[in-house]
Ligand binder design. Structure first.
Ligand code: GLU
Length: 453
């Protein structure tokens, strides 16, 4: 398929309902579990708690605007809810519920004692001042009240929130709960406020570690390390920009990057430091001297070895998946690939390392920050990175092993059966294997705790 054919296939011909996607993937994974306790399906699928709040905020011009915020705890079997807070104009409660479930799978997969949660405010940070963002954050956290806490639900940065946002969250909670150690109520804080060294880069570093481990452990992609491997990165925010830097330092050649305004390409490899400097002054990567301008669609279809989607969800879909020429897709973003695209990539022999494995580095180092805060300690960067690498390596090994076992079992089965009314189950890919590993862990813990009372 050529790019023009892909563009002629509009994305809205595919059902992009995130909750349906989540249901379908869960059905596929649980159908592969031996002796799965069917009654647990609804428990695993339904969010435990969904909070929606509306609150007024005084804007810089003196007017008052009402904002809507959400906080969803999906599951708390393994521990308190954990997950980011995102600020985005198109945010919906369904998206927050989907992302909260992803957090549950992610924490279970990397074996940290947290359940899944997610939150956010419907707003456009690009048109808000720093003062307005501070007032929105303080009011949102006040509205959530004791629904967040160091042992109940712990927020962190996500799309368009950062260490400054986390400092406001901490400060607001601290005002409401004086005279105790409140630092573990939120992670991703500034270093001087109890943040962890390495948290800012953790998601991208986890993506690098996951990729390196996968390449070392398998011979599937035709290369076993990153030396000279051509990489395209979609998204140049916290995750994409740092991933481009780290993959470059690890020996890869970054041939293209993009942001919301478009992309740039240089087959000889981009000078990532120069791109970062250009982005700081021009607020976009588009226009870096001696690079070719490309669209985001062009970037996804580039002839490269590794494609890293590190931007929004549903970027690789039914209409463009057949154009992907990379040998390996590394999902640094949450939910960048749709189920229809998964199937096309699988059929075309494109391997995909799933989001719950690739971008778990962020929440792993959030967990380390939480532990450091309880101990009133600050670990050295080398200690954090060494622990992170160990965690990610173990998770990759578990997924690769489970994938081998499931693929062998599947070969003895007659065909893909229909699963409920959500469509046929995918052949076993790495995403399914990762989800199966998470669910197995969750089911074991749920049943050993017992259904109360
Ligand atoms: N927002 C990040 C994620 O989606 C990190 C969450 C956390 O650190 O709690 O994984």
């Amino acid at each position: 398929m050529t790019m023009s054919e892909a563009q002629a296939y509009p994305i809205d011909q595919e059902d992009l309902d995130l909750l349906k996607t989540s249901m379908q993937r869960l059905q596929c994974a649980t159908s592969l579990l031996d002796g799965f306790h069917r009654g647990l399906f609804g428990f695993l699928h339904s969010p435990k708690r969904t909070i929606s709040v509306n609150f007024p905020v005084e804007m810089d011009d003196g007017s008052v605007q009402v904002f809507q915020g959400f906080r969803v705890v999906h599951n708390r079997v393994l521990g308190p809810g954990k997950g980011g807070v995102r600020y985005h104009p198109d945010l919906t409660v369904e998206e927050v519920q989907f992302l909260a479930a992803e957090m549950t799978w992610k924490c279970a997969l990397v074996n940290i004692p947290f359940g899944g949660a997610k939150g956010g405010v419907v707003c456009d940070p690009k048109v808000l001042s720093e003062d307005e963002l501070r007032r929105i954050t303080r009011r949102y956290i006040t509205e959530l009240g004791d629904n967040i806490g160091p042992n109940s639900d712990i927020p962190a940065p996500d799309m368009y929130t950062n260490a400054q946002t986390m400092a406001w969250i901490y400060d607001t909670y601290e005002v409401m709960h004086p005279r105790r150690n409140n630092r573990p109520v939120v992670t991703g804080k500034p270093i001087e406020l109890g943040g962890s060294f390495g948290r800012l880069e953790a998601t991208a570093r986890g993506a690098l570690f996951a990729t390196q481990r996968f390449l070392e452990q398998t011979t599937l992609c035709g290369f076993q390390d990153l030396a000279g491997v051509r990489v395209a990165v979609q998204g140049f925010g916290n995750v994409g920009a740092i991933a481009a830097q780290l993959f470059d330092e690890a020996g890869a050649t970054i041939i293209a990057v993009s942001d919301s305004q478009g992309g740039i390409y240089d087959e000889r490899g981009l000078d990532i430091e120069a791109v970062l400097a250009y982005k700081r002054t021009h607020h976009t990567v588009v226009g870096v001297p001696e690079t070719m301008s490309i669209t985001n669609d062009d970037l996804l279809a580039l002839d490269c070895d590794i494609l890293i989607p590190a931007a929004q969800s549903n970027q690789i879909h039914k209409g463009n998946a057949a154009c992907v020429k990379a040998k390996l897709v590394v999902e640094a973003a949450n939910g960048p690939t749709t189920p229809a695209a998964d199937e096309i990539l699988f059929k075309n022999g494109v391997y995909l390392l799933p989001d719950i494995l690739v971008n778990a580095g962020g929440v792993v180092v959030s967990y380390y920050e939480w532990v450091q805060n309880f101990e009133n300690e600050q670990w050295e960067l080398e200690v954090v990175n060494r622990k992170l690498q160990h965690k990610i390596n173990k998770a990759v090994d578990r997924v690769v092993d489970r994938w081998g076992e499931l693929s062998a079992e599947k070969q003895h089965e007659p065909s893909n059966e229909e699963v409920g009314d959500t469509g046929p189950c995918m052949p076993v890919d790495l995403r399914t294997a990762a989800l199966v590993s998470s669910i197995e862990h969750l089911v074991k813990v749920t049943l050993s705790r017992g259904i109360w009372p």
